[in-house]
Design a protein around this ligand. Structure first.
Ligand SMILES: Nc1nc2c([nH]c(=O)n2[C@H]2C[C@H](O)[C@@H](COP(=O)(O)OP(=O)(O)OP(=O)(O)O)O2)c(=O)[nH]1
Ligand SMILES: [Mg+2]
Length: 132
């Protein structure tokens, strides 16, 4: 049976309605695909705690976690990812790509121009449909 991992990711939106997008590097799994920064929920953490920790590690800034956008299970060839995406805003600091190949702020309506990790598509569609 395939293992399921619980992953949290930050849909970080700024005052210009731009979304922070992160490019997975060539040495990560799902290389060269765009994602929302985040990572695996560790034992004893709430999803919100994991997300604040992951963003601190990956982007070197602090986020405020708002509502859940999407909770989906996506089956990859080797693993099932239970991805929880949350709307977030930056509470402190400026995001930097500590682990990603690149990060950039993208206008909400242009999100579809990036090549996303497959599990992110439902979140991207929700954002494009303006249902959040
Ligand atoms: N962070 C993140 N992971 C995603 C997204 N979409 C998606 O399919 N994933 C997958 C990629 C990985 O197989 C899995 C775990 O994410 P990750 O690689 O960020 O985990 P992590 O930061 O804890 O990294 P590591 O400790 O395993 O190196 O989730 C997304 O938008 N954000
Ligand atoms: Mg990560």
């Amino acid at each position: 049976m395939k293992k399921t991992i619980k992953v949290v990711a930050a849909v970080c939106i700024n005052e210009h309605e731009q979304v922070l997008c992160a490019l997975r590097s060539s040495n990560m799994s799902l290389p060269n695909l765009w994602e929302f920064a985040g990572g695996k929920v560790e034992k004893g953490e709430t999803p919100e705690e994991s997300l604040v920790r992951e963003i601190q590690e990956e982007l070197g800034c602090t986020v405020e976690v708002h509502e859940l956008i999407e909770d989906i299970c996506h089956e990859y060839p080797n693993i099932i990812v239970n991805l929880l995406t949350y709307r977030t805003t930056i509470a402190e600091g400026t995001p930097k790509a500590n682990e990603h190949a690149e990060i950039k702020w993208v206008p909400l309506q242009e999100l579809c121009s990036l090549e996303w990790a497959p599990a992110d598509i439902p979140t991207v569609n929700k954002l494009l449909m303006n249902t959040i």
